[in-house]
Design a protein around this ligand. Structure first.
Ligand SMILES: [Zn+2]
Length: 205
């Protein structure tokens, strides 16, 4: 019996392995194709001036056709003082582009761009989390008030919600969590003002 089970696992394992190998093969083929395309474009007949194809190879490249100048979007946005970041370059050679890509300015700008994107992703994520957290606190505070339970019990109830695994609440070790009864009172008064406003608006209609 054991032997049969083992065999079944072996079949599944080798299936998985095959799928992984196929994915790797596809990725390698894709890389080879891109490299071939790049080489083909780079060794293409020598023509004067700017080559549209460069925009495909160097994603950071910007061409201002009215001024006939090339810029680097990354160096420009991170205010690097090199030619591609400031006044623009008229050096229409692939060697000039690959040289620019390997400069310290450009590498720094690329790294800054990566950290900026990461910062935006993380802060958006934490804004969402904070909003969900406050939303849950408002529900808890409203429930306490509705049931005539003292706001002094807020932190205990929040603790219970955490034990029960409420996913909307941020970690108790977080520096700002609005869980003490002072913030509880502030949130409650915000809720009551908003309820009062809604009632007044309905009465005045
Ligand atoms: Zn650059």
């Amino acid at each position: 019996m054991d032997e049969i089970d083992d065999n079944e696992f072996n079949v599944i394992d080798s299936d998985l392995e095959e799928t992984n190998t196929n994915i790797n093969k596809k990725q390698i083929q894709k890389n080879i194709n891109f490299k071939k395309k790049k080489t083909r474009l780079l060794i293409k007949k020598k023509t004067e001036g700017f080559q549209e194809e460069w925009l495909e190879i160097y994603k950071w490249l910007i061409y201002d056709s009215s001024k006939k100048l090339m810029f680097c979007s990354l160096c420009k946005s991170h205010k690097k003082l090199n030619r591609f970041g400031k006044e623009g370059s008229k050096n229409f050679k692939t060697s000039a582009l690959s040289e620019h890509a390997s400069t310290k300015d450009h590498t720094d700008a690329t790294n800054l761009e990566i950290s900026r994107a990461e910062f935006i992703r993380v802060s958006n994520n934490s804004i969402d989390k904070a909003q969900n957290h406050i939303g849950s606190l408002m529900k808890i505070i409203f429930w306490l008030a509705e049931n005539d339970i003292s706001l002094n019990k807020l932190s205990e109830v929040v603790k219970l919600c955490r034990i029960l695994g409420c996913p909307q609440l941020i970690s108790a070790s977080s520096t700002i969590n609005y869980e003490n009864n002072v913030s509880g009172r502030e949130i409650l008064s915000a809720i009551s003002i908003s309820i009062e406003e809604t009632i007044w608006n309905q009465c005045l209609k």
